[in-house]
Design a protein around this ligand. Structure first.
Ligand SMILES: C[S@@+](CC[C@H](N)C(=O)[O-])C[C@H]1O[C@@H](n2cnc3c(N)ncnc32)[C@H](O)[C@@H]1O
Length: 239
């Protein structure tokens, strides 16, 4: 078996194990597909130099695509709650050539994103958090934290599985339906007016939307003003 394939399989094994042990915070049974990871890291390829934060990198499926798009002066912070994933990420930054190349400009924080210092530090945030597993209050708090970590004009990219809350609501009891509806309301109210782009990712299990959001100074409603719109910054090839 090739080294690449065996390391991919060991990532899958670790992910499944952590899904079973920590279902609520892991939220997915497998790492994101390459298509989903590429869409999530779309804004890393634009402009620069910039400071990027990846929230919930897991085994590094999205990190791989982020580092492929980083410019020579870009920096990357990763914040991950799960110690087994942190260990795996550290190993990748020590052993894999693409990770080693950017390692001096990367930091890994083993903690909850909610505990990062609340300062506008980042130009791009890529989040893999499983928001559907949290309460509406937790989602509202996390969104507020992420917004507080973004510099003015910065971009937040995050994903959700297409139609999953609706599908789960059909099968759920009343309490659970209320929770899922609450999450939809929180995301719609707090992020909907600021969305600048949505990608549909069919080759993922299950298929997913990637939402890209930009909070522009003085912009509270829709549509986004031209200065806040998508695709204005110069871009590097995004592979
Ligand atoms: C759905 S997985 C995504 C993993 C990876 N980004 C991917 O797409 O393959 C969610 C990740 O978020 C992490 N996580 C959950 N809650 C977190 C929090 N409050 N702060 C930081 N990481 C968190 C989990 O440990 C897990 O690695």
């Amino acid at each position: 078996m090739s080294g690449r394939l065996s390391s991919r399989l060991s990532e899958y094994r670790l992910f499944v194990r952590e899904y079973v042990r920590n279902f609520r915070t892991t939220g997915a049974i497998l790492p994101s597909s390459r298509g989903l990871a590429r869409a999530l890291s779309r804004y890393v390829a634009r402009g620069g130099p910039k400071h990027v934060l990846e929230v919930g990198p897991g085994t590094g499926a999205v990190t791989e695509q982020i580092i492929a798009r980083m410019g020579p002066e870009d920096r990357l912070d990763l914040v991950e709650l799960n110690g087994s994933f942190v260990e795996r990420l550290r190993e990748r930054f020590e052993t894999e050539p693409a990770f080693r190349q950017v390692a001096p400009r990367c930091r890994i924080f083993h903690q909850a994103v909610e505990d990062l210092p609340a300062e506008p530090t980042y130009d791009v945030i890529v989040s893999g958090l499983p928001l559907n597993n949290f309460t509406p209050e937790e989602v509202a708090r996390i969104v507020a934290v992420l917004r507080g970590l973004l510099r003015p004009g910065g971009t937040l990219s995050f994903f959700e599985y297409i139609g999953i809350r609706l599908a789960r609501s059909w099968l759920a009891r009343r309490e659970e339906r209320r929770r899922l509806r609450g999450i939809t309301r929180v995301l719609g109210d707090m992020l909907g007016p600021h969305q600048i782009r949505r990608d549909w990712i069919w080759p993922n299990v299950p298929p997913a939307w990637v939402h890209h959001v930009r909070f522009c100074p003085g912009h509270a409603g829709s549509p986004a003003p031209p200065s806040c719109a998508d695709d204005l910054a110069p871009r590097r090839p995004s592979g």
